[in-house]
Design a protein around this ligand. Structure first.
Ligand code: HEC
Length: 217
């Protein structure tokens, strides 16, 4: 028997099926997503997600280039699929729309460290973020988070006046007398990116949980 047409039909069917599965269906489901436009409590029209500021957008490239995604995800699972929300990593699960403004969503695949999808919401001050980048063990004892001291410059204090940008390092972490630790542009960009991480916006497909007091009324 001549199997040629059958093999040909099989090859074409599998190519068409994979095109439908990998191109047509995703395009249909998420390809037409656009930012959600709504009115906030102050009656201002807001669009979510909005583009990150220039500094934060550059920081995303720094985050990507340093391989932070090897240990950190940016995707909050629904309450039914894990304990992410109970752990305080987000108020709601993340959805495709959250990543619209990022050229390459940095989802990450393994979690040696906490999920960072909403890190900007729990981050304290900017200098805290910079100290954490310089040496995570200064803020979390025994941390295995990757330090990036090469994004900082230890230099002699110029003109006898410490720079306003110098890290407020104390005790054994402080540089030797007469020196100061200054964040580079890339360190500041990375800190700006971390501060911009937030997804706590009400979306039709992923509403924020209603606050308990309001719900019980
Ligand atoms: C070897 C795995 C690993 C790598 C690589 C790594 N981290 Fe971490 N990170 C951790 C762990 C574990 C923690 C939790 C301990 C702590 O708080 O330091 C953490 C914590 C953090 C936190 C605090 C999260 C919170 O919820 O308080 C931030 C921010 C962070 N990392 C940023 C980064 C950045 C930016 C990079 C890339 C330069 C990076 N991490 C690379 C493992 C890693």
């Amino acid at each position: 028997m001549n199997y040629g047409p059958l093999i040909y039909f099989g090859v074409v069917t599998s190519l068409v099926a994979s095109w439908i599965g990998f191109v047509a269906v995703p395009r249909q489901t998420v390809g037409k997503l656009h930012p959600d436009v709504s009115t906030n409590a102050a009656s201002a029209v807001v669009s979510y997600p909005s583009a990150r500021s220039g500094e934060a957008a550059q920081g995303r490239d720094v985050y990507q280039s340093l391989g932070c995604s090897a240990c950190h995800t940016m995707q909050v699972r629904p309450a039914s699929g894990g304990s992410d929300i109970a752990r305080g990593w987000g108020k709601r699960r993340t959805v495709a729309r959250d990543y619209l403004q990022d050229p390459a969503p940095l989802l990450g695949s393994s979690r040696l460290g906490p999920d960072l999808a909403n890190y900007g919401e729990r981050l304290g001050t900017n200098s805290f973020a910079l100290i954490r980048l310089y040496n995570p063990r200064l803020v979390a004892a025994g941390s295995i988070c990757a330090p990036v001291p090469f994004l900082f410059e230890t230099r002699p204090i110029r003109g006898g006046v410490p720079s306003a940008e110098a890290l407020p390092l104390k005790g054994s972490a402080a540089p030797e007398a007469g020196s100061e630790v200054i964040p580079s542009l890339r360190a500041r960009q990375l800190a700006a990116f971390l501060a911009s991480l937030s997804t706590s916006v009400d979306l039709p497909e992923a509403p924020l949980p209603v606050a308990e007091e309001t719900a019980s009324k």
